[in-house]
Design a protein around this ligand. Structure first.
Ligand code: EPU
Length: 418
């Protein structure tokens, strides 16, 4: 296992290029299962999670090759319909193959994901939705076994909470179903819209793009896709926040500022200078940041995937801030680690109250999940002394070449074997 060593308290300076979004690439890759042919996906990040979903597609009989950041996937000869426990346990998003396998092959067997470091994370919405579309579902030996007699039927699916992968699974199932499917209270995250655009370009008929009500009229067949993965808004936000903690100035390029409405507003309110220009954001810190309160919400609200990193920034702010997590019930695992670095944080139910201090101190800390790890990195960049972060395989799931990108910004960071 690798660990990350950061010598902190050096300002960041320069340019950082944002990669394609993990949470967009995963459903786009899963959607290639819907129809035979060579599919082309541009701007795919090289991450542990994208490699995992490609390994899963291979076990189903797909072939793929990569040319630079362009991924070519052929799904002519699917000969299996099972996502095994071994793959699903390393990446919950493997559940994304359920909808497309059921739509194309009429059957799927997918290991039930367990709980994870950020909460219980059930998949009942996915299953209820498919059930409303006529799928027969059974739970056998820890697997969801799904089948349809002839073809999925259109149906109405309502989500109590707008689930991102739930919306994506039902969308993929619905595009080849007989009749009309309506998804009410659908997730509106830009990653869902990226998938809607891919499916539409394949011949799917979808109304309500970008809204919480998606209407899908099923078609009999689709053609292979050519699609570009949107920029990673969470990676973008992480580098903006890193400049906030460490200080300095950076130009964050190849991103989409329109996908970060809540974060940019909050960072401006904290006193950072944020200048948007086309697909770049110039961020700089002139003075100590001021405290701000945030509450995580479905898009376009403040993203839960940036909550931990924002908390690191608030640990250094002038004043008291309150960070409330409303999406996942257990997403404060970073708090104990940040406290090891001197942060003053109290948890009260689903809120954390942070009293900003002038300086964090380097410490040995442990990464517990992907975004918690990112919060320790942004804290370590600001801390006086050396921060050692163990179990950084979590980071490699979702940040392409983070060490190289930070080094290019002048950070004193490297990897070592544990
Ligand atoms: N929920 C249910 N039942 C379901 C599905 C969801 O109760 O069947 C609940 C969840 O427990 C949670 C809420 O609904 O409380 C929203 O969860 P959602 O389904 O939207 O989460 P997800 O689709 O499993 C995606 C991202 C996460 C991101 C969340 C929220 C992917 C592959 N993952 O997860 O990304 O935090 O949406 O925005 O798109 C990450 O990248 O670090 C990450 C965890």
């Amino acid at each position: 296992m690798d660990k990350l060593i950061i010598e902190g308290a050096h300002k960041l300076q320069g340019e950082v290029r944002i990669s394609g979004a993990k949470n967009a690439a995963l459903p786009l890759i899963a959607a290639t299962l819907l129809t035979p042919g060579w599919h082309v996906i541009h701007n795919v990040p090289d991450l542990r999670d994208t490699r995992t979903i490609l390994a899963l597609l291979e076990t189903l009989g797909a072939e793929w090759k990569k040319e630079g950041t362009t991924l070519l996937i052929n799904t002519d000869s699917l000969n299996k319909f099972e996502a095994s426990y071994d793959l699903v346990k390393t990446m919950r998003a493997s559940i994304l193959v359920l909808g497309p396998l059921l739509a194309r092959l009429g059957k799927a067997r997918v290991s039930l994901p367990g709980g994870c470091a950020i909460g219980a994370r059930p998949i009942d919405f996915h299953l209820q939705g498919l059930n409303n579309m006529g799928a027969n579902l059974a739970l056998e030996d820890g697997y969801v076994e799904a089948s349809v007699v002839t073809r999925l039927m259109g149906g109405t699916v309502y989500f109590d909470i707008p689930s991102v992968t739930g919306t994506e699974n039902i969308l993929m199932a619905a595009v080849l179903a007989k009749g009309e499917t309506v998804i009410k209270n659908a997730a509106r995250e830009p990653e869902v819209t990226n998938l809607v655009d891919m499916l539409t370009s394949m011949g799917a008929r979808i109304k309500g793009r970008d809204s919480d009500r998606l209407i899908i009229r099923g078609v009999k067949s689709l053609k292979p896709a050519v699609v570009t993965t949107i920029p990673d808004r969470i990676e973008t936000g992480t580098y903006l926040i890193a400049v906030g903690t460490a200080g300095g100035e950076a130009n964050v390029t190849h991103c989409n500022p329109a996908h970060l409405p809540a974060l940019l507003e909050k960072l401006r309110a904290s006193g950072l200078s944020i200048k948007e220009s086309g697909d770049s954001i110039l961020v700089s810190r002139q003075a100590r940041v001021q405290s701000i309160d945030i509450k995580t919400q479905p898009y376009p609200g403040f993203p839960t995937d940036l909550q931990a990193q924002l908390m690191s920034l608030m640990s250094l702010a002038n004043g008291l801030s309150v960070v409330s997590e409303t999406i996942f019930e257990n997403r404060f695992m970073h708090v104990a680690e940040l406290k090891r670095m001197g942060a003053e944080i109290k948890i009260n139910g689903n809120s954390a109250i942070i009293k900003g201090i002038e300086q964090l101190k380097g410490a040995r800390v442990m990464a517990t999940d992907l975004r918690a790890s990112a919060s320790l990195v942004v804290a370590g960049l600001a801390a006086r002394g050396v921060t050692e972060i163990s179990r950084i395989y979590h980071l490699e799931r979702g940040y392409e070449d983070m060490v190289g990108k930070l080094q290019a910004l002048g950070a004193k960071v490297h990897k070592e074997k544990e």
